[in-house]
Structure formats: C-alpha cells, structure tokens
Design a protein around this ligand. Structure first.
Ligand code: NAD
Length: 255
C-alpha cells in the first residue's frame, strides 16, 4: 500500500510496461526488429533524412496497432488518483500512446511525444496537431504550408525530450515519486528518482511498480514486482484533496 497524505505532491512516471497489458509491446517484447530494422535505426533524425517514407511506414504501423488498444486497470487507477489529488498529481509518461487520456487523465505530460500527433519537420510556427493518418508504401509525405514535410510528433533517439522544465519543476518539488513499468535503462527518465524531492528539504518517498526489478532499483525505497494492471487499482490510499496546493516554486534551474 502507498499512503498519500493530504499535503503530498505526487509525481508518477510511466513507461512502456503500463501499456503492456493493453496489448502495446514494450521495447523488449517488440523483439528488437521491425522488418529486419531495429527501432533505434528508424526512430532517428538520420533515418528521417535518409528515407522519411520508411519512417512513416514504421509509425503508421504503430498507429494502426494502437488504435485497437484500450486502457487497462492501471491507466484507470491513475485517472482515479488524478480525480482525488487534482493538481497535487503530476503524471509524466515516456509512452507515445494515448491510453492515459483514454482512461480519463486530463493532465499528462508526454516527454517523448504523442503517436497521434504530427508536426512540421521545420518546427515552424504551426504547433503539433491531432493526426491519425497512416501512409501506404511509397505514398507522398504530406507537407506543411511552409513547405516542410509533416513528421511524427515523437522524440527520436538523439533528440531532446519535451517539457523538461515543467517535469523537473514537479520532480524537485514532489514528496512521493512513483515509477510504473519502466526498465530504468532509458535516460533521462532512468535518473528522475535521483532528483525527486530535491527542493523539499527531505527525500521523496520513492516506489517502483513493474513486472521485474528495474535496472535503477537502488534509487527506490520499495519495488513492488507485479503487473501494473493487477497491483495499481489496490495500491493507493490517498487522503482527498480539499484545497489544491499552491504551485511549487522553481527554486533551482539546471537547464
Ligand atoms: P522498456 O520497454 O525498456 O521497459 C518496460 C518495462 O516494463 C520492463 O522493465 C518490464 O519489466 C515492465 N513491464 C512489462 N510488462 C509489465 C506490466 N504488465 N506491468 C508493469 N510493468 C511491466 O520501456 P521504457 O523503460 O518505458 O523505455 C523504452 C522507451 O520506448 C521509452 O521511451 C518508451 O516509452 C518507449 N516505448 C513506448 C511504448 C508505448 O508508447 N506504449 C511502447 C514501447 C516502447
């Protein structure tokens, strides 16, 4: 059981494991290869420069697959926690799927982008937009009105994750840090536990929930080895949020 008291500020980081029971494969379950290519070799700016059609075929398949998936009890449990804690809960996901939103979560930060959004490759004035389009082999890539090609709004290997200022502000001011279904191998998320609670004067209480012990287990006070969908619905005992807490101040700035 994770106790959350009436003044706690809770940071939840989710990874591919939370969506595994919904049918979206984790990195490892993906078996490393897509048409003989590693995802690491197709999800890069270099791959886009070389052959954007292949990149879009990869993401088109991810879109087709994700469209059939539904949130599982772990996503629903976090949506329920948001209803109880309001602004005292910050959910940051490494996932590009939209299962948190489908479950009813309203304020999820997607640090690696969103599968069902696209944007101009030139990062022109147009912001990322909702997009479910899928491309067939050899099909022309759509263009922005500025002339740039439309690319997936996904953070590729070698690119900077999104919203790091907001993420570190919430991290450094949280009192409870929870990671769900993340191997602890992919940075910067693997090091978030180190920063949790840095500005509060006391270390955050840090918990991990996942199918196996993560690589970064030393940073957690307790690891619950279990499937997220089976454990999360019964894991939290949260005191209701009567007064939304004031926004924490950003006391230090490292980036
Ligand atoms: P990862 O694939 O490296 O690790 C997944 C972790 O989830 C593993 O530690 C595994 O033990 C655990 N797990 C598997 N089934 C679980 C379950 N039912 N309940 C709880 N835990 C379970 O994922 P990562 O650490 O998130 O890093 C990989 C990168 O690839 C991230 O950027 C990730 O978001 C991205 N990715 C995203 C998706 C998605 O959007 N759903 C899918 C695959 C990969």
């Amino acid at each position: 059981m994770i106790e959350i008291n009436a003044t706690d500020r809770v940071f939840v980081l989710t990874g591919a494991g939370i969506s595994a029971e919904s049918g979206i494969p984790t990195f490892r379950d993906f078996k490393g290869l897509w048409r003989g290519v590693r995802p690491e070799d197709v999800a890069t700016p270099e791959a886009w420069a070389r052959d954007p059609r292949i990149v879009w075929q990869f993401y088109s398949e991810r879109r087709r697959q994700a469209l059939t998936c539904k949130p599982n009890p772990a996503h629903l449990a976090l949506a329920g926690l948001e209803r109880q804690l309001g602004e005292r809960l910050f959910v940051c996901t490494q996932n590009v799927d939209n299962l948190h939103e489908q479950a009813g979560s309203k304020r999820v930060v997607h640090m690696h982008g969103e599968l069902f959004k696209s944007r101009c490759e030139r990062n022109c004035a147009d912001t990322p937009f909702d997009d479910e389009r899928v491309y067939r082999a050899g099909e022309e890539i759509a263009r922005c009105k500025c002339g740039g090609r439309i690319r997936p709004h996904v953070c590729w290997f070698g690119e900077m994750p999104y919203e790091l200022d907001a993420i570190f502000n919430a991290l450094e001011n949280c009192t409870v840090f929870i990671t769900v279904g993340s191997s602890g191998l992919v940075e910067p998320a693997a090091s978030f536990a180190i920063w949790a609670g840095r500005n509060t004067g006391a270390p955050a209480r840090r918990y991990y929930i996942g199918a196996e012990t993560p690589a970064n287990y030393v940073y957690f006070d307790k690891c619950f080895v279990a499937k997220a969908g089976e454990l999360l619905p019964a894991l939290f005992r949260a005191e209701n949020n009567v007064e939304p807490s004031a926004s924490p101040s950003r006391a230090s700035s490292r980036r």
